[in-house]
Write a new protein. Structure first.
Length: 378
């Protein structure tokens, strides 16, 4: 006769702790991260799907209850009472309503203190935080105040910000960390996503992009430059230490380091495939200083997106016309260079509408193919 499974096994400890919190708070789902491979294996068998140690997931409370009843022959409440030695606290409908009102009051007060109570997204944010953020009202007030204070300093309109803050500076202003994983950061990003009309970010890269939409940069944001006053050789400079504009002349901007390695003695900015906050700020300052800024990128969807963004900052295209694209194709054929397919929609090319038609050839052209042509301009 097979012995009945033991819910008191240490492998279940974290699961039961999270389940107890979820049940007592009336949550629909609970968050779970297996602390060890043994715990992952045990809980995987219980919930009926594979889990990995150290990787977070969510488990519907109702589904867990069904699995618990099937495996242990007892309800989830009975198992939790047995393993913790005390019954679950009864939660009445009136208590649930009281906690929801408490949560709403905390969030509303935070918005009031930051002057954001009338923001068009405010009521939706409050509703989403109450329903999905899984922060008990006892622990909500401080992160809500920090999040609201941060939002008051962020750019919440869907347009390129004119000025930048580093996240560290913003955190210092609001009196607490805004690092990934903190409650204040999560609350602020949820509101920022609503304000900008985008999905809530999933993962560090998506969070960074949303912070940048709001004019908040990673303090490590750098841009590669050469030929600037006091910065003769190729060097990465951070957002806080961008070089002064050259006294006169044209500043060229390229997509890849190959051109910068081949060119000397002229002001060059390398975007390294991305118009990050440091690069965006430098280009804006150069244009504001009266310098002509010309930009060359890869002929692909990403490169053309970068060029469109640079043009909104006042930059001009550099060898990015339909004729330049066809010349680059001829160069690639002459040198027997294999080109990648043009994946994705390249988007509009308002600086030369004929380029959009030329791109129907279907080939992307990395900037390295045109290095000799670009060098001839320098």
């Amino acid at each position: 006769m097979t012995a009945a499974p033991d819910p008191g096994r240490p492998e279940y400890e974290v699961l039961w702790r999270q389940a107890r919190k979820a049940v007592q708070r009336g949550q629909v789902k609970l968050g779970y991260k297996a602390p060890s491979p043994a715990a992952a294996a045990a809980v995987s068998a219980l919930v009926g799907r594979p889990l990995e140690a150290g990787v977070g997931t969510t488990v519907p409370v109702a589904d867990l209850g069904e699995r618990v009843a099937s495996v242990f022959g007892r309800s989830l409440a009975e198992v939790l009472t047995a393993v913790h030695g005390q019954p679950l606290a009864a939660t009445t409908a009136s208590q649930d309503a009281s906690r929801r009102e408490w949560t709403d009051a905390i969030l509303q007060a935070a918005l009031d203190s930051a002057g954001l109570a009338q923001a068009w997204w405010a009521s939706t944010w409050i509703d989403q935080v109450r329903r999905y953020a899984k922060i008990a009202p006892e622990r909500l007030a401080a992160p809500a105040r920090r999040a609201a204070a941060a939002l008051a300093r962020m750019n919440l309109t869907p347009s390129a910000p004119a000025t930048w803050l580093t996240r560290a500076d913003l955190a210092a202003e609001v009196g607490g960390s805004l690092s990934t994983g903190t409650k204040a950061a999560a609350l602020a990003l949820r509101a920022a996503a609503l304000a900008h009309g985008v999905d809530a970010p999933r993962g560090r890269a998506a969070e960074t992009r949303l912070w940048e939409r709001c004019g908040v940069a990673d303090g490590l944001s750098t841009v590669l430059v050469s030929g600037f006053p006091g910065t003769p050789g190729p060097v990465g400079v951070p957002l806080r230490s961008l070089p002064d504009a050259p006294d006169s002349g044209v500043v060229r901007v390229c997509a890849r380091p190959a051109l910068m390695e081949a060119a000397t003695g002229v002001p060059l900015v390398c975007l390294s495939g991305r118009l990050n906050p440091a690069a965006r700020t430098l280009l804006s300052r150069l244009v504001a200083a009266g310098r002509t800024v010309t930009v060359h990128t890869d002929f692909d969807a990403t490169g053309l997106t970068i060029l469109r963004e640079a043009i909104t900052l006042g930059a001009l295209p550099w060898r990015m016309s339909a004729a330049d694209y066809r010349e680059a194709l001829d160069l690639a054929r002459a040198h027997d260079t294999d080109l990648p397919a043009l994946d994705g929609d390249p988007g509009p090319t308002p600086w030369d509408p004929d380029l959009a038609a030329a791109l129907r050839a279907g080939w992307a052209i990395p900037e390295e193919v045109t290095t000799d042509l670009l060098l001839s301009d320098l």
